[in-house]
Design a protein around this ligand. Structure first.
Ligand code: ADP
Ligand code: MG
Length: 324
């Protein structure tokens, strides 16, 4: 459905994208994951025809975007980072306006009523956009992308700035869209892509760091488990004890928020549950444990794990060759 080959974008002498390539198949929900400044919006703006590029090739639904810009644009619905809403319009007025702008030919009334249902805005369809909450405004933005029933929906950081409940609602909506559209969404939140996407493309500094099925990325990250433990006791001795416990790979103190307890981040070997022996050894020393929680893997961990694995594989290959 989408094919990007060797795409390069330069701003002056600075490369925002340095030759990225990937494809998105029909019906997939693909997450474009990367830190701020990675090149996510640049890629999306190029895909949707809003930005020119320096080099490479972009194909949407079999059409080169340079040769068939209007046709390619028609197959894409786009929610940019800053949705182009007109706050003084009502939801219905706005969707009608977008319908005319896109030169749609579907049955207008029926089509807009269907979109209002999908994005769950029927109840507020006559409200002025300015008076809607951020979550509802975002749904109007997604509704706007759905006008014309494009095959591909592209959403740039669709949950940024929403409260946790709104985030869940928008994620559910995206899953629904995935049932009959190809969807690409960008985010800098790992949990977001894990929650909704079939595949994750990780982009960093204008280059693709990984392109894998979501479960493979999850497995790569889940290798070693990290926990955060809050313990009352003498830091030096506690650290020594933690590091001596079978199954614990490393332990670091990360500061004491209260006067008499310290928080430690502990990395455990894959498949070993150290919680019971940890409790036992702390009890024996009379060092109360005030808290224990799993530390979520973050984007930095993913980058580290993935790049370390690639580096590992490379050195192993080299070694293998040398031994032969
Ligand atoms: P992301 O969406 O992943 O946060 P962007 O695609 O917005 O990243 O930006 C990628 C890089 O390109 C960043 O380093 C950014 O500073 C740079 N960049 C984006 N737009 C412009 C512009 N109009 N002029 C110069 N540099 C830009
Ligand atoms: Mg961006």
């Amino acid at each position: 459905m989408i094919k990007i080959e060797n795409l390069t974008k330069r701003y002056g002498t600075k490369y925002a994208l340095s030759g990225i390539s990937f494809t998105v198949n029909k019906g997939e929900i693909v997450g474009f994951l990367g830190p701020n400044g990675a090149g996510k919006s640049t890629t999306m703006n190029i895909l949707t025809g809003y930005l020119s590029f320096t080099d490479g090739r972009v194909e949407v639904d079999g059409l080169d975007v340079l040769d068939f810009p209007a046709e390619a644009k028609k197959s894409i619905g786009y929610l940019p980072e800053q949705p182009p809403l007109y706050p003084e319009m009502t939801v219905t007025e706005y969707l009608n306006f977008v319908y005319d702008l896109k030169g749609c030919t579907l049955n207008k009334k029926k089509h807009i009523a269907e979109i209002l249902e999908v994005v769950k805005l029927t109840d507020v369809k006559n409200r002025v956009i300015a008076n809607l909450s951020k979550g509802y405004k975002q749904r109007v933005g997604i509704g706007q992308a759905l006008v014309g029933n494009p095959k591909v929906i592209i959403l740039d950081e669709p949950t940024v700035g929403l409260d946790p409940r709104q985030v869940v609602e928008i994620r559910n909506l995206i899953r629904t869209l995935g049932l009959d559209h190809t969807v690409i969404l960008s985010t800098h939140v790992l949990q977001e892509v894990q929650a909704v996407c079939d595949r994750i493309i990780i982009i960093n500094k204008g280059k693709i760091a990984a392109d894998r099925r979501t479960e493979d990325i999850a497995a790569a990250v889940a290798g070693n488990r990290r926990m955060s433990v809050k313990i009352c006791g003498p830091v030096k001795e506690v650290l020594q004890t933690l590091r001596g416990l079978p199954g614990i790979l490393s332990a670091e103190s990360v500061g004491n928020l209260d006067a008499d307890s310290t928080t430690y981040v502990v990395e455990c070997e894959n498949g070993i549950d150290v919680r019971k022996p940890l409790f036992a050894v702390l009890a024996r020393n009379n060092w109360p444990m005030l808290g224990l929680e799993a530390a979520d893997a973050n984007l930095e961990d993913v980058f580290l794990t993935l790049t370390e694995k690639t580096a590992d594989a490379r050195t192993k290959k080299k070694r293998g060759k040398a031994e032969k």
